[in-house]
Design a protein around this ligand. Structure first.
Ligand SMILES: CC(C)(COP(=O)(O)OP(=O)(O)OC[C@H]1O[C@@H](n2cnc3c(N)ncnc32)[C@H](O)[C@@H]1OP(=O)(O)O)[C@@H](O)C(=O)NCCC(=O)NCCS
Length: 241
């Protein structure tokens, strides 16, 4: 079963990559996923609608964001997508004039306010540490049928090489499931980010999504240019004056 890293076809690949994304984050389920890719309602139809919406939105984001770079790993025996990765190659400080992403994937009520706040909280540690050009791994997933066969590592190898070629730091926000992969690649913890959106006046829609998602934790992780980190010696760029 050869698993090959391939460039992405933005015209044709989004429906299959969105399905693989859902199947990857459903096993095991991760509650925060609802913030980025919600299923509104229950049952198979609602899930199919959610995958279709995700495919459309991912394509739109990709088309409008020059920093966006998608990749896939394909099982060349079957043609099935085994995993995907979405990179942002930031050639400039993205936090100098941060683009606000309209949260179109939630209705314009308290649920959208919750998600807007959750997204702000999510990027807060990186907005402090990564005020310079950098490589950011936004999304990575391997389908459950293909785990522990080096799919994630193929993406990481590509990203580390790219960051070194460009002379950029490499940042990512890690789920608990991603940590072993990043630790195996020498990434350093920067900050724990326990995401609990707050408002003074939560309405029922806010409370519904809050209950569904709960507090969720990511860890901002960093790899310096060249990948060689020595505690107490390597300078963390965001700690420099
Ligand atoms: C995280 C994820 C992408 C890893 O993908 P993968 O293709 O299974 O990872 P690889 O096979 O390339 O693993 C490379 C190395 O990382 C480490 N590693 C990866 N998954 C591991 C696990 N579950 N337990 C322990 N070590 C692990 C190992 O050192 C592994 O090398 P080895 O198999 O030779 O021991 C996958 O588990 C996944 O999609 N999880 C759900 C979605 C998610 O949370 N994504 C992370 C977002 S930050």
């Amino acid at each position: 079963m050869p698993l090959e890293l391939q460039e992405f076809n933005a015209e044709t690949d989004f429906p299959a990559i969105a399905r693989c994304l859902f199947e990857s984050y459903e096993d095991p389920p991760q509650k925060f996923f609802h913030v980025f890719f919600p299923t509104h309602g229950t049952g198979e139809k609602a899930r199919e609608d959610a995958i279709e919406e995700a495919a459309t939105r991912l394509k739109l984001w990709h088309t409008h964001d020059p920093s966006s770079h998608w990749q896939k790993v394909v099982d060349t025996d079957t043609g099935k997508i085994a995993g995907g990765a979405l990179w942002n190659i930031h050639n400039e400080n993205p936090f100098a004039n941060p683009a606000t992403v309209p949260v179109t994937w939630f209705p314009d009520d308290g649920s959208r306010r919750f998600v807007e706040k959750a997204l702000q909280n999510h990027s807060a540690p990186r907005s402090r540490a990564a005020q310079r050009p950098h490589v950011y791994l936004f999304i990575i997933f391997t389908h459950p049928d293909y785990r522990r066969r080096g799919v994630g590592q193929q993406f990481m190898d590509w990203g580390m090489k790219k960051a070194d070629e460009l002379g950029y730091d490499f940042f990512l926000d890690s789920t608990p499931y991603g940590r072993p992969l990043y630790e195996a690649n020498g990434f350093v913890y920067v900050e724990e980010n326990i995401n609990i959106p707050k408002t003074d006046n939560p309405d029922e829609k806010w409370k519904d999504v809050e209950e569904k998602v709960g507090p969720f934790t990511f860890w901002l992780m960093w790899r310096p240019v060249g990948g060689k980190y020595e505690e107490g010696k390597t300078i963390k760029p965001w700690e420099q004056n």
